[in-house]
Design a protein around this ligand. Structure first.
Ligand SMILES: *Cc1c(COP(=O)(O)O)cnc(C)c1O
Length: 381
């Protein structure tokens, strides 16, 4: 059996090695390492794939989120509502810009931000909402956009984990996750669903003014060379990464299909188990399975992870400590102490993510499944 990895980038690369090697060498030989033609071409191809007017490539998703917030002209102390059950980047950039992150609870089934909880935390200082499309499914964008409209708020989608997912309005009407709010952000970190071979990110928007401004901000706030209209940053997607992403974008839907097949196979094995709850499928989003995350019940989740580790089966806990309980983001004013976000806190103690990638085969999955079930059957509390 092939070695089981949480994400198998090696075997994925081997299948497209010739294409990738040629593309990378072409860039190397061209010497156009910064803003070479592949960057613009990738931008256009991604715009087409997402059906969005503007894609702004940048260095990573953390930068994308920061630049998105910078474009909104917020003032110190303004509040941005987001989920506590996320990767730190979402929250970090809010604090970094002198704004106040207001962290709220999530739905128990999809792990995504709960719009009712957003409503409860809106104040006169609230200026924006950042939903995170966690583990591969879109948050409830209909409700979030309605709340935003009623309170005159911006919506920035953190789409680092759900590129390619469809938000479903109705049978006929769909939009790509990340293109519904005012701004969407994504990551091309190697392990993401559309990953490059280093760091990379992008910002999406249908708003012409915001697009122009963000294009300037990622380039030192510069409109014309050496004339600076805004305080900016230096955040670019490398030409080599863009060349790699152009190839991988062609395979993205196929990769998603393989992830779904692997998820369905896990589902069949775990469905109905009293100690394992399989990932819920949202009615308003397709699932691209950035992670395959089980909720455990009446077993010791940490011991399960230790057991799998001991069998050389990698598993991960996303996320063991919610953001509202992390030292820099604790704030008593905003209901952010232990016990304040019960769903998030309980999830952080009960979830476990199993290996999920485009190269998982049945033999590997059978091996993973049998060890998970073995532990569960012998260690019910
Ligand atoms: C990975 C990730 C990010 C950060 O992406 P980088 O490209 O590493 O900066 C932000 N938000 C979420 C939800 C992520 O999963």
């Amino acid at each position: 059996m092939e070695k089981i990895r949480m994400v198998d980038l090696k075997r994925q690369y081997e299948k497209i090695q010739d294409e990738i090697d040629n593309a990378v060498l072409d860039v190397v030989r061209s010497t156009q390492y910064i803003n070479g033609p592949d960057v613009k071409q990738f931008q256009q191809e991604l715009e087409e794939y997402l059906d969005v007017k503007h894609v702004i490539p940048c260095a990573n998703c953390t930068d994308a989120l920061q630049v998105a917030i910078m474009s909104l002209d917020l003032k110190p102390g303004d509040e941005v509502i987001t989920t506590s059950f996320t990767f730190v980047a979402t929250v970090e950039v809010i604090s970094l810009l002198g704004l106040t992150p207001v962290l709220v609870d999530v739905y128990e089934d999809t792990f995504n931000i709960n719009p009712m909880e957003i409503c409860r935390m809106i104040t006169g200082r609230t200026k924006a909402i950042i939903p995170v499309h966690l583990f591969g499914q879109s948050a409830n964008m209909d409700e979030i956009m309605t709340i935003a409209k009623n309170h005159n708020l911006y919506v920035i989608e953190d789409n680092a984990q759900a590129i390619g997912a469809d938000y479903i309005y109705s049978k006929k009407r769909r939009k790509k996750a990340g293109t519904i709010g005012h701004i969407g952000c994504t990551s091309f970190f190697p392990s993401k669903n559309l990953g490059c071979y280093g760091d990379g990110g992008a910002i999406f928007t249908n708003n012409q003014n915001l697009a122009e401004k963000m294009r300037n901000i990622v380039n030192h706030g510069m409109t014309t060379r050496y004339y600076h209209n805004y305080v900016g940053v230096n955040s670019r997607l490398d030409s080599i990464q863009a060349a790699i992403l152009r190839i991988k974008l062609k395979y993205l839907d196929q990769y998603t299909k393989l992830r779904r097949q692997a998820a369905d196979y896990y589902d069949k094995a775990f469905e109905g188990n009293e100690n394992l709850i399989i990932p819920a499928r949202s009615s308003f989003s397709t699932h691209v399975f950035h992670q395959y995350t089980l909720k455990t019940r009446n077993i010791d989740r940490d011991k399960l992870k230790e057991y799998l580790d001991s069998k050389n089966i990698p598993a991960m806990i996303y996320y063991p400590v919610p953001m509202h309980l992390q030292e820099p983001y604790k704030s008593f004013r905003y209901r952010q102490k232990e016990g304040d976000l019960p769903v998030t806190e309980s999830l952080s103690k009960s979830v476990i993510s199993l290996p999920m990638h485009t190269e998982l085969d049945k033999e590997q999955q059978d091996h993973i499944i049998s060890h998970v079930l073995d532990f569960v059957n012998k260690n019910r509390l």
